[in-house]
Ligand binder design. Structure first.
Ligand code: 3PG
Ligand code: MG
Length: 412
């Protein structure tokens, strides 16, 4: 087998060592109670942490983004992880400083500490990696002296160039954790598969990500065809000159203040790849739950809430023929029962397909769980944006950092 381009946990003996462990347990938070409502990501880290049972493990993670209601302390994350592990996880409510240093220096083998949300510190988000800037942050200067090894296992955040992810690559070996390894192997299998047709199904509301990867997906032949649903489909329809109605346009404008640029990108993609992009032929409208054909008049107050029956039929027959399927994003407002049919039927079609399958994205996984399909959807990734960015074959900051680090510390 080829040598991994980055270090893995097989390359070092961590017994008795102090280990920096960057994970991604960024989770949905109930906006009223502030509680973590889904612990899927936590569960994926049990393997990496259990393998380090004779080390001193310090966990670093982030939660939410400044200004959002899910931007909360990691105190409850530490408690929850401890319960899942059946071990104590001591929470220290800062990321750097003397309390952190003392706690870490006093650790014994088998101890686990979790530090505070790394995004509480502006150096985490604001300082981009230009070769020296991250290295000079207080975060890196404070933490680098405390560890023997740096394990980076935050697969869902590999597309982020942030200090606790990429800032330590010049200090000591940076090692991919077990989640990272599993994810990359599974995604590479999809990318390297020679079985065609390869199909991507993209929906949901994250239009920027979906549009950004469409070019690379189709140009590089990573997939042969793409089906769009959800808001992603709406912006492509808008770009092609179709009336999608006032409320749907306003929704897109609110989603992304650079929507005009996105519209231009969609236009160019449609002109280059019109025969490989599939958009809904009909919709279910909210309110009223009536159906219209794409292009028919949408009233000012109406939302395109789900794909219609013809679209379900066409998309399902494309899915039936596919040999490899990548699924990311619901077809409509699946959270509301009356508008969940499109998503349900498309996800059912994927689940019944014998193709090799890979799925990701918070809403997608939530819908899969709700529909009771989690055992038949193929490989379920912990990544959303991370997954589609990795699949697009474009440079990925955390992967690049790990590869650079192995070259630096391990020779060629
Ligand atoms: C995610 O959930 O997408 C990752 O944790 C990265 O978070 P971000 O999208 O807020 O950067
Ligand atoms: Mg994200």
């Amino acid at each position: 087998m080829d040598r991994s381009p980055f270090y893995t946990m097989d390359d070092f003996d961590f017994n008795g060592k102090r280990v920096y462990l960057r994970i991604d347990i960024n989770s949905p938070i109930n906006p009223i109670t502030g509680e973590v409502v889904d612990d899927t990501r936590f569960i994926h880290y049990l393997r990496t942490i259990n393998e380090l049972k004779n080390s001193k493990v310090v966990i670093i993670a982030h939660q939410g983004r400044p200004g959002d209601s899910d931007f909360v302390s990691l105190r409850q994350h530490a408690g929850h992880l401890g319960r899942l592990l059946g071990r104590d996880v001591l929470f220290v409510d800062s990321l750097i400083g003397s309390a952190v240093e003392t706690a870490i220096r006093n650790m014994k083998n088998g101890d686990i500490i979790m530090l505070e949300n790394s995004r509480f510190y502006s150096e985490e988000i604001l300082i981009k990696d230009d070769g020296t800037a991250q290295k000079n942050t207080f975060i890196v200067r404070n933490l680098s002296k405390l560890f023997d090894y740096f394990i980076i296992d935050a697969f869902p955040a590999i597309h982020r160039d942030q200090t606790t992810l990429t800032g330590f690559k010049d200090i000591k070996p940076n090692i991919a954790g077990r989640l990272m390894e599993t994810e990359i192997k599974s995604i590479d299998r999809f990318m390297n598969s020679k079985s065609h047709p390869k199909l991507a199904i993209m929906g949901g509301a994250k239009i920027r990500d979906a549009i950004k990867v469409t070019g690379p997906f189709l140009e590089k032949g990573i997939v042969d065809n793409i089906i769009f649903g959800g808001v992603a489909a709406n912006i492509f329809l808008w770009a092609s000159g179709i009336d999608i109605g006032k409320r749907n346009m306003e929704f897109i404008e609110k989603q992304d203040k650079n929507y005009k640029k996105l519209l231009e990108e969609c236009k160019s993609l449609l002109s280059r790849f019109s025969d490989r992009i599939y958009l809904p032929e009909d919709f279910m409208l909210n309110p009223l739950q009536t159906e219209i054909k794409t292009g028919e008049k949408v009233q000012d107050d109406q939302l395109l809430a789900d794909i219609g029956f013809e679209s379900i039929k066409t998309f399902s027959s494309i899915i039936e023929k596919a040999k490899n399927i990548f699924l990311n994003g619901p077809m409509g407002m699946y959270e509301i029962n009356e508008y969940s049919l499109g998503t349900r039927e498309i996800f059912n079609a994927v689940s019944q397909s014998p193709a090799s399958k890979i799925v990701g994205g918070g809403h997608t996984i939530n819908a899969i769980n709700e529909f009771g399909l989690s055992d038949s959807m193929g490989y379920i990734s912990t990544g959303g944006g991370a997954l589609i960015n990795y699949l697009s074959g474009e440079p990925i900051p955390v992967i690049d950092s790990l590869v650079y680090n192995r070259k630096k510390f391990g020779g060629n």
